[in-house]
Ligand binder design. Structure first.
Ligand SMILES: NC(=O)c1ccc[n+]([C@@H]2O[C@H](COP(=O)([O-])OP(=O)(O)OC[C@H]3O[C@@H](n4cnc5c(N)ncnc54)[C@H](O)[C@@H]3O)[C@@H](O)[C@H]2O)c1
Length: 260
């Protein structure tokens, strides 16, 4: 057996309609996985599934708000029903910081409490709910692997992003807790910590402003933005048996951003 194989594995990708998640869904399907794409965004999610099928891959779309328990329960049920079980999950959906070119830039005391609540609901509770329903389905399938998307901001702060920084630190905590609780039961749980990646989320944060993009680029010693595929490849590796000793890890994929 090829240890790096995803062939015929049933895998959920949340946030699979855009950016990093869409790239991961496409690449997983190209490697033979049966992919359940979950997202709030119906049209874009269905387009990702259509592209996978056009290339001969297997995928389905399930409209999901990861912050709503019933949605997540149904997502996992649909993945199991369509593909006979659940072997892997990339819990990647997330909300960007409230501060943005559109909303203005807010130091901690200027952030509306509702913005922090929403960030915690999607980025933290959403991740918890995915773990809560995926893990029992994986136990029933004989084990599995999970990757949660944190961020370089799960380790270090940047200005004006307290909502996001708190949430992404918490994703690392959830990852360690889940890894600890299920390490002896054939379930591995790791976090991936992207640097600044060229996706719609990054463009929303900067409003496309060249100076803002430039300052993001300079935060990465590698002196360029990351591409979605560079995150997707590492996430998929963590889902394979090649990563069999890895659990509870925080894997930085950030061009050196958190090394300096
Ligand atoms: N782009 C970056 O620079 C960067 C850096 C570090 C971490 N991340 C993280 O990577 C992940 C993917 O981000 P991206 O850059 O690909 O962004 P993106 O905006 O391109 O994709 C995020 C997707 O998540 C979906 N989503 C948002 N809220 C949801 C919800 N409640 N339920 C279901 N789906 C929901 C959106 O509809 C969207 O399709 C996020 O968790 C983000 O925080 C991104």
């Amino acid at each position: 057996m090829n240890m790096n194989d995803l062939n015929e594995r049933s895998i959920i990708v949340t946030g699979g309609a855009s950016g990093i998640g869409a790239e991961a869904a496409r690449r997983a399907a190209a490697r033979g996985a049966r992919v359940t794409v979950a997202d709030l965004s119906v049209e874009a999610g269905q387009a990702v599934v259509a592209a996978i099928r056009a290339d001969g891959g297997e995928a389905q779309f399930v409209r999901t708000d990861i912050s709503v328990e019933d949605d997540v329960r149904r997502l996992v049920e649909e993945a199991v029903a369509a593909y006979g079980g659940l072997d892997g999950a990339f819990n990647n959906a997330g909300l960007p910081p409230f501060s943005s070119a559109r909303n203005g830039m807010h130091p901690l005391a200027g952030l509306p409490a509702e913005a922090v609540t929403r960030s915690l609901q999607v980025n933290v509770l959403g991740c918890f709910l995915c773990l809560k329903y995926e893990i029992p389905a994986m136990l029933a399938s004989g084990g599995g692997a999970i990757v949660n998307t944190s961020s370089a901001n799960g380790l270090v702060a940047i200005p004006f992003s307290a909502d996001y920084i708190a949430a992404k630190h918490a994703v690392i905590g959830l990852t360690k807790a889940a890894a600890t609780d299920y390490a002896t039961q054939g379930i591995r749980v790791n976090a991936i910590l992207p640097g600044i990646i060229r996706t719609p989320m990054m463009l929303t944060a900067t409003g496309g402003d060249a100076e803002a993009v430039d300052s993001f680029r300079k935060a990465m010693p590698i002196d360029r933005l990351g591409e979605p595929g560079e995150i997707a490849e590492v996430a998929l590796y963590l889902l394979t048996d090649s990563a069999s000793l890895m659990t509870g890890a925080s894997v930085s994929v950030d061009g050196g951003q958190t090394a300096v």
